[in-house]
Design a protein around this ligand. Structure first.
Ligand code: G3H
Ligand code: 13P
Ligand code: ZN
Length: 340
C-alpha cells in the first residue's frame, strides 16, 4: 500500500470516534519502533518529521526509510506528514519528497518563533492548501500559539502567557472557512518538550473546554492537539536513576487527551515521550554495562522502549485494531475528491 493522505485516516477516525497518534521520527530505529507497534496493535499510523528531523536525517534517507516501512508492513496504512512547516516553501519541498500531508504552521512567522498575524496565517495556509489539494496532499493549519522553545520551535511562552494565546473559537471558524484546511491544530495551553506544567494540569492551564467549544462550532473539522506527550513519571525516573538530570515536570494526562478525542480531536502529536523512553533505555545500558560499545547493544533496548510507548498510545487513543479496516486512497484518488 503506498503512503496515504492524512485526510483518509482522520476521516475514518472521525467516523469511528478515535484519535491517531502522530509520532515524530529522525532515524531508522524510531520508524522501526512505530511500525512494529502498529503491526502488533493493527493500527494506522501518522509518522511525522519536523524541519529539524529532515535536516538531521536528510530527505533522501528519510524518503527511502519510509518506502521501506510501507514495503515491509503492507497491511498498515501509513501517512507521512511534515510537522510544523514554517513556510509554503518547506511544505512544497516536503511534497516533492513524497510526504502525503503537510502542516503549514502560520501561527508563527517563518522564523518559527514569533507569533504572526491572522492575515499572514490565512495567506500562507491558503497558498499551501491550493497547491497541496491539487496534488491530493492533506493540509493541517494552526491557530493560536503553543509554548516551549527547548526543541527550537515555539514562541517560548510561559504557562501564564499561554493563557493569552489560546485559540479564539471565532477566529478558528473564520480560519477554516478562508483556508479550507483538512485539520486544525488548536492552542489549549500545551507546550512542546518535557516542561509543560509545574503540577498535574487542571482546567486553568489546560483548556479542554476550548476544544469542546471549537468542536461545537466546527463539528466537521478534524482537531489536532500538539505538545501532547504525557511525560510519564516512570520514564523521568529511569533517566534520573541512571545519571540524568530532569527537573520535576508534568505533561498532558492521557485521560485529558481521551476527553479531547470525544470532542473532535483526531490527531495527537507525541514526540517527547518517545525521546524520554529512548534516552532512559540508553542511559540504563551505559550505566549498567559501561564496558559495552556496540551501538546495537543500546539501540535495540532504545527501540524496544519507544515501541512500548507507541503501543500504549495507540491503544489509549483508540486507533488499535482499525488499520486493516481502512479503505485507503492514494494522493491521486484524493486529488479527484478535492475536485482536481
Ligand atoms: O515540533 C516539535 C517536535 O517535537 C519536533 O521537534 O523540531 O526538535 O525535531 P524538533
Ligand atoms: P511533545 O513535545 O509534547 O511530544 O509534542 C510534540 C509535537 O507537538 C510535535 O509537533
Ligand atoms: Zn507541535
Amino acid at each position: 500500500m503506498p503512503l496515504v493522505p492524512m485526510r483518509i485516516l482522520l476521516d475514518h477516525a472521525a467516523e469511528n470516534g478515535y484519535g491517531v497518534a502522530a509520532l515524530n521520527v529522525n532515524n531508522m530505529e524510531q520508524i522501526q519502533a512505530i511500525m512494529e507497534a502498529a503491526r502488533e496493535t493493527e493500527s494506522p499510523v501518522i509518522i511525522q518529521a519536523s524541519r529539524g528531523a529532515r535536516s538531521y536525517s536528510q530527505d533522501a534517507y528519510l524518503r527511502h526509510l519510509m518506502l521501506a516501512a510501507v514495503e515491509l508492513y503492507p497491511e498498515i496504512p501509513v501517512c507521512m506528514h511534515q510537522d510544523h512547516g514554517n513556510s509554503p516553501a518547506t511544505c512544497f519541498s516536503a511534497i516533492r519528497q513524497s510526504f502525503t500531508s503537510v502542516m503549514m504552521d502560520g501561527s508563527l512567522s517563518a522564523d518559527g518563533k514569533t507569533p504572526s498575524t491572522f492575515e499572514y496565517n490565512v495567506e500562507v495556509t491558503k497558498k499551501v492548501v491550493e497547491v497541496a489539494h491539487m496534488l491530493g496532499v492533506s493540509v493541517e493549519g494552526e491557530i493560536g500559539c503553543l509554548g516551549g522553545i527547548e526543541d527550537g520551535h515555539g514562541a517560548g511562552l510561559s504557562e501564564d502567557q499561554l493563557k493569552l494565546h489560546l485559540t479564539d473559537p471565532d477566529q478558528a471558524v473564520e480560519f477554516v472557512k478562508q483556508t479550507g484546511v483538512d485539520a486544525l491544530a488548536v492552542a489549549i495551553g500545551t507546550s512542546h518538550g518535557a516542561y509543560k506544567f509545574t503540577k498535574k494540569p487542571t482546567g486553568d492551564v489546560l483548556s479542554m473546554t476550548t476544544i469542546e467549544t471549537i468542536h461545537k462550532m466546527l463539528p466537521n473539522t478534524h482537531l489536532v492537539m500538539h505538545g501532547s506527550s504525557s511525560v510519564p513519571q516512570e520514564l523521568q525516573d529511569i533517566i534520573n536513576q541512571y545519571g540524568g538530570a530532569l527537573k520535576p515536570t508534568f505533561g498532558v494526562p492521557v485521560e485529558e487527551i481521551q476527553r479531547g478525542i470525544k470532542h473532535g480531536v483526531r490527531k495527537i502529536n507525541v514526540d517527547t515521550d518517545n525521546r524520554l523512553a529512548i534516552t532512559g533505555a540508553i542511559r540504563k545500558v551505559f550505566a549498567e554495562t559501561p564496558e559495552k560499545f556496540d551501538p546495537r547493544d543500546y539501540l535495540k533496548p532504545a527501540r524496544a522502549a519507544m515501541k512500548e510507548v507507541c503501543k500504549q498510545r495507540m491503544i489509549q487513543f483508540g486507533q488499535a485494531g482499525w488499520g486493516p479496516k481502512i479503505k485507503c486512497k492514494t494522493i491521486d484518488d484524493m486529488a479527484k475528491v478535492y475536485g482536481y
